[in-house]
Design a protein around this ligand. Structure first.
Ligand code: FES
Ligand SMILES: [Fe+2]
Length: 406
């Protein structure tokens, strides 16, 4: 994991904070950027985003620590595709479409668990942890069956930096190195593989881009969240990107302390501060339970996993919580309170606002939204979304990963 790279970023960040103190300014995007309002509800555009983004690029589907042992599995639905992630006896995680080879029943209910094999609830065809079909009820009635080609349909899945990455379309290659553009080396500093998974809660929201705009938006913090937590925050941030992935950092005065400390003592919590997003649907934020512990790296990650809902007007967000330490009962109580609070803030402030935007976009009153020069992060997100929708084949996709967007 690249602490050196983090230090380099922290040095740059310190300079930004010092400049911000002096001038009240952070670097801005070159220009304003307009996004057609139709992009937030038009069914054709939405279909294209499903096919050319969610069903094509690697998605962050889960955490290694959610399924740490052989037989541990997680079943979930992503962009309409029911899937299973399972750890085999060889320690590898595999992905499958959650669909029986007989007549298509979903083998597992959504959720996590542990199993030695999977038996279909419809007619009891049974599969092992590597997806092979191992038993057919009344097999003699099915003629000559070649079970070797009747296993579960595999999805390409890879475990990296404690996260489970996968495609939800059979046969689609991940091209993970190209997609991540070195970002995994930075994400590794979060040490997700040694975290403790301390819960998940799920929220309904508006169109996935209306919702995701909010995760890249510092501008709204002191306003929309003024009555809950935002009043202490400034409304500007700087964005650093690796391919389509972005880190968002506010000028945090606490970082000025670093100037007086030798670099080997710069706390990991400060080095990994800010919001780390993974295109197109993940936001990683963190909070501490107490200051001393936080400085030593003791923090709780909130990893929001945002997926499109069944239509352009809806989305589903899983808020996942991982602790960098084993919390005791009292700490767990504090974490649960914070989870309730974060649920409230996102549901009642962010998505409340987003759901109302979902109505205004269809009024015909405006043709475009405008993203200011202070909204460089959301601008980049929309440029990538547009570029992916324009990249019609694998060659275009790989070219885009290589060149990025302007
Ligand atoms: S659909 Fe699964 S056994 Fe029939
Ligand atoms: Fe917000």
């Amino acid at each position: 994991m690249s602490r050196e790279k983090l230090l380099e970023l922290a040095r740059e960040n310190l300079k930004y904070v010092e400049d911000y103190v002096d001038t009240g300014q952070l670097p801005l995007a070159d220009d304003v950027f307009e996004v057609p309002v139709a992009n937030y509800f038009d069914p054709d555009r939405w279909e294209a985003e499903m096919d050319l983004i969610f069903k094509r690029i690697p998605l962050m589907l889960g955490f290694s620590v959610e399924i740490p042992k052989a037989g541990n599995y997680k079943a979930m639905e992503v962009a309409g595709v029911p899937l299973i992630l399972v750890r085999g006896k060889d320690g590898l995680i595999r992905g499958f479409v959650n669909m029986c080879s007989h007549r298509g029943a979903q083998i597992l209910d959504n959720g996590s668990g542990s199993a030695r094999s999977f038996s279909c609830p419809y007619h009891a065809w049974t599969y092992n942890l590597t997806g092979d079909l191992i038993a057919i009820l009344d097999e003699q009635d099915f003629g000559e069956v070649d079970t070797s080609c009747m296993g579960l349909t595999a999805l390409n899945v890879e475990e990296r930096v404690g996260l489970i990455w996968g495609s939800i379309t059979p046969g689609v290659e991940l091209h993970l190195d190209e997609f991540l553009a070195g970002y995994d080396d930075l994400l590794d500093n979060h040490d997700f593989e040694n975290c403790v998974f301390v819960g998940q809660q799920t929220l309904d929201g508006p169109n996935w881009k209306v919702a995701y705009d909010g995760y890249l938006d510092q501008y709204h913090l002191p306003i929309l969240h003024g009555d809950t937590f935002g009043s202490d925050y400034c409304n500007v941030a700087k964005f650093i990107n690796w391919g389509p992935h972005q880190r968002m950092q506010v000028p945090d005065y606490r970082h000025l302390e670093l100037a007086d400390l030798p670099e080997e003592e710069w706390p990991i919590a400060m080095l990994t501060s800010g919001v780390w997003t993974i295109f197109p649907h993940i936001s990683i934020a963190s909070f501490g339970l107490d200051k001393a512990r936080y400085k030593e790296g003791g923090k709780i990650y909130q990893v929001s996993q945002l997926f499109p809902g069944p239509d352009p007007d809806t989305s589903i967000t899983h808020q996942n919580y991982l602790a960098t330490f084993e919390p005791d009962d009292e700490q767990m109580e504090q974490i649960n309170k914070q989870k309730d609070f974060l649920r409230y803030v996102v549901a009642e402030e962010d998505y409340f606002t987003g759901n109302r935007i979902q109505k205004t976009v269809k009024t015909g009153a405006k043709s475009h939204f405008v993203f200011g020069r202070n909204e460089g992060g959301p601008q980049r997100f929309h440029r990538w979304t547009d570029a992916l929708v324009a990249a019609k084949n694998e060659k275009d996709l790989l070219k885009l990963y290589e060149t990025g967007v302007v």
